[in-house]
Design a protein around this ligand. Structure first.
Ligand SMILES: *Cc1c(COP(=O)(O)O)cnc(C)c1O
Length: 402
């Protein structure tokens, strides 16, 4: 029996430079973002500036989590209680959760075989629901044709909010993910592309969205201290009309994120080298289908998805278990019961009947998901593919069909 021994959830250590800056912050005792000396920029301020500059956007607000950023982004975009909000059926629990938190009603849109939002179904669902908002989740880093998507949404007057939890560092046709929508959100939670345990960003070029986001995040009347600040008149009514929902980033986490952000592009290149190795190693497995990734999509390969369309629902649990015994951890995205980090749209029982999503059922029903941590080497892909191959063979796959 073949066996792989590295853990799939092991992150790289926090870089030494980040550790020293965290220690410096702790030595000052000034951990709160507004606790600064005269003329001093806090680490949270510097992080806002650095990420805004990275994306070439006007405004960035560092937040307590990605889910918080999404929730506030929806409110800032104008979602009111009872509003329909379109979103990908293939996404993670924090996405419909953010819509629910904002008082919206998720309207789920089908997924294509290449794991992006289905444009035809988007147009249909928009027409049926009358939704004026789309929370577009670039789930597992798969970017839909962003030019076509923005054209459709602009034509229909749909406001786009981007969930870039898996696309920090990615771009479409040379334009960075997170620069297309009215407002975009990122996560710096441990399993994303930079790691502060918990954390997130909200970015926008819109004055009112940013002014509201700053007040929501809990700036009290210190909003004018923000380094990426809309014209001060923007706050005139917003400052008192907007509640405080306390979701600030603190200086300690900002301190460990800044050096990681400086090396983000380099880390993304490593991820893509690993992804390339995994893609090639897996491609030879019998009956496998790997997502087609368009030329215009510059993705970050921090995970890989692949389908075995001819395996049956009964085969998948065995495949997963047998691979796990051999040290290879994968998720079956079609699993009927939620487990670990993943769940499927029909597990979110608080949703009003999500309706029949037969295409998404078919796609997820055959789909496997594997993390690619940066603690892996390209050569690990060979053994991992060999393990899966061994288990498939035991399952007698591909089945000799008539
Ligand atoms: C992680 C994640 C989020 C939310 O991020 P948190 O920082 O954990 O709140 C949102 N969307 C997707 C697709 C995610 O994977």
């Amino acid at each position: 029996m073949k066996r792989f021994t590295k853990p799939f959830t092991q992150q790289l250590p926090i870089p030494e430079s980040a550790i020293s800056s965290a220690v410096e912050v702790m030595q000052t005792g000034r951990l709160h973002r507004y606790n600064t000396l005269d003329g001093e920029r806090s680490e949270a301020d510097l992080l806002d500036m650095q990420f805004a500059q990275y994306l070439d956007m006007k405004y960035c607000l560092s937040c307590a989590s990605g889910g918080y950023a999404l929730y506030v982004a929806l409110l800032c975009a104008g979602v009111k209680s009872g509003d329909a909000v379109l979103c990908n059926a293939f996404t993670l629990a924090p996405v419909p959760g953010a819509i629910n938190n904002a008082g919206g009603k998720p309207v789920l849109v089908e997924t294509t075989d290449d794991l992006t939002i289905d444009m035809a179904d988007l147009a249909d669902k928009a027409a049926i629901s009358g939704a004026r908002f789309l929370l577009l989740s670039h789930m597992r880093g798969h970017l839909v044709d962003m030019d076509a998507l923005m054209a459709l949404c602009d034509e229909k007057g749909i406001v786009v909010i981007e969930d870039c939890a898996h696309t920090m560092g990615a771009s479409w046709n040379g334009k960075k993910s997170g620069t297309f929508g009215l407002v975009s959100c990122f996560s710096t939670q441990t399993y994303k592309h930079i790691n502060s345990g918990e954390g997130g960003f909200l970015v926008t070029n819109d004055d009112e969205v940013m002014a509201k986001a700053i007040i929501y995040s809990g700036s009290y009347m210190l909003f004018d201290r923000h380094p990426t600040l809309p014209p001060i008149e923007t706050f005139k009514t917003i400052a008192t009309a907007t509640p405080n929902y306390s979701g600030r980033m603190d200086n300690l986490r900002a301190a460990i994120l800044r050096p990681q952000l400086s090396s983000l592009d380099k880390q993304c290149e490593r991820w893509n080298a690993l992804y390339g190795a995994f893609e090639s190693a897996l491609a030879v497995l019998p009956g496998i289908r790997l997502p087609v990734r368009p030329e215009a999509e510059h993705f970050v390969g921090s995970s890989i998805q692949f389908a075995f369309p001819q395996l049956t629902n009964a085969d998948f649990p065995t495949l997963i278990q047998e691979c796990e015994k051999r040290g290879v951890t994968m998720k079956w995205l079609g699993d009927t019961s939620p487990s670990g980090y993943s769940s499927k749209y029909d597990h979110w029982a608080y949703l009003d009947s999500p309706g029949q999503l037969s295409q998404t059922e078919r796609v997820l029903g055959a789909l496997l998901d594997m993390r690619i941590p940066l603690t892996f080497e390209e050569s690990d892909s060979t053994l991992i593919a060999a393990v899966i191959s061994e288990v498939l063979e035991e399952l007698g796959y591909p089945h000799k069909s008539a």
